[in-house]
Design a protein around this ligand. Structure first.
Ligand SMILES: C[S@@+](CC[C@H](N)C(=O)[O-])C[C@H]1O[C@@H](n2cnc3c(N)ncnc32)[C@H](O)[C@@H]1O
Length: 252
């Protein structure tokens, strides 16, 4: 049986963080992934990146979210690109795509995927954090984050949002896909779009659904097992589907 995310790691695993990561994710030199799920996710990206990638592969974005994004722009910057769930959708839309990702093991997976697809060489994968983006002012037409930005300082916050806006050109768009704090973004001038329709997590098979549910949705694992299917509605897993985004078009 797969161990649930919050029981997979211990405080001893925080050693995997380098200095820059520790200052953002465990700033007081302590932290317990068994009580702090955000910390457990950060350890997952570094200790079991392929396991994270299996989940991201199954949790597909609503097609209208992808249709909403600009089809053809000069430059796109994506922050917190992970193993590329969104990045692979962006490479056909920008002459140049820069994917910023702090976790080295996820950057490696993303580079491997890009090497295997047409136009993958349009994307450059670089190290960086929301609050210190290694990109010039006005760099991109679209600056986007998917399931990565939060108002917490280690995962974006005020400084992260102002960095995304700094890197976006006047008239360009900053978009936060699958946002987790709508009021916070609305108070900073972000508009909200949500697309309708049933959505399921598309696991590659029923065994995979059960195994990943035990890790990521332990409260729903028994239900997933009983259903005997590879497609599991998001409601069964108890999470909001990736069907929404918050965005701001910057003044010219
Ligand atoms: C849930 S994953 C989403 C990854 C990818 N965007 C996707 O949709 O699959 C969250 C991502 O945010 C990244 N992240 C966490 N803190 C960050 C920070 N301070 N700056 C930039 N990225 C960060 C993580 O390394 C991870 O890749």
């Amino acid at each position: 049986m797969g161990r649930a995310l919050q029981r997979r790691y211990t405080a001893a695993d925080l050693r995997v963080f380098n200095r820059e990561e520790a200052s953002r994710f465990a700033p007081y030199g302590d932290g317990d992934p068994q009580t702090d799920v955000v910390l457990a996710w950060e350890l997952l990206y570094r200790l079991e990146p392929e396991l994270y990638d299996r989940l991201a592969d199954a949790e597909r974005l609503h097609p209208d979210v992808l249709s909403w994004l600009p089809r053809s722009v000069d430059r796109i910057a994506e922050v917190g690109a992970g193993s590329g769930r969104l990045t692979l959708e962006l490479i056909g839309r920008g002459r140049e795509v820069v994917a910023v990702e702090p976790a080295k093991p996820l950057r490696q997976i993303l580079r491997r995927k890009l090497a295997a697809v047409d136009h993958g060489d349009r994307a450059r994968v670089i190290h960086g954090f929301f609050d210190e983006l290694p990109l010039p002012d006005d760099f991109a037409d679209l600056v986007v984050a998917c399931s990565a930005f939060t108002p917490a300082s280690g995962h974006g916050g005020e400084s992260g949002l102002s960095e995304m806006e700094r890197v976006c050109r006047p008239g360009g768009c900053v978009a936060i896909i699958w946002p987790n704090n709508l009021d916070w973004l609305a108070a900073r001038g972000y508009r909200y779009v949500c697309f309708a329709g049933p959505m399921s997590v598309e696991f590659s098979g029923h065994e995979e659904a059960v195994e990943l549910a035990e890790v990521f949705f332990p409260h729903a694992a028994e239900e997933v097992r009983l259903r005997g299917l590879r497609r599991v509605p998001f409601e069964v897993l108890g999470i909001n589907p990736p069907r929404d985004l918050a965005f701001k078009v910057l003044a010219q």
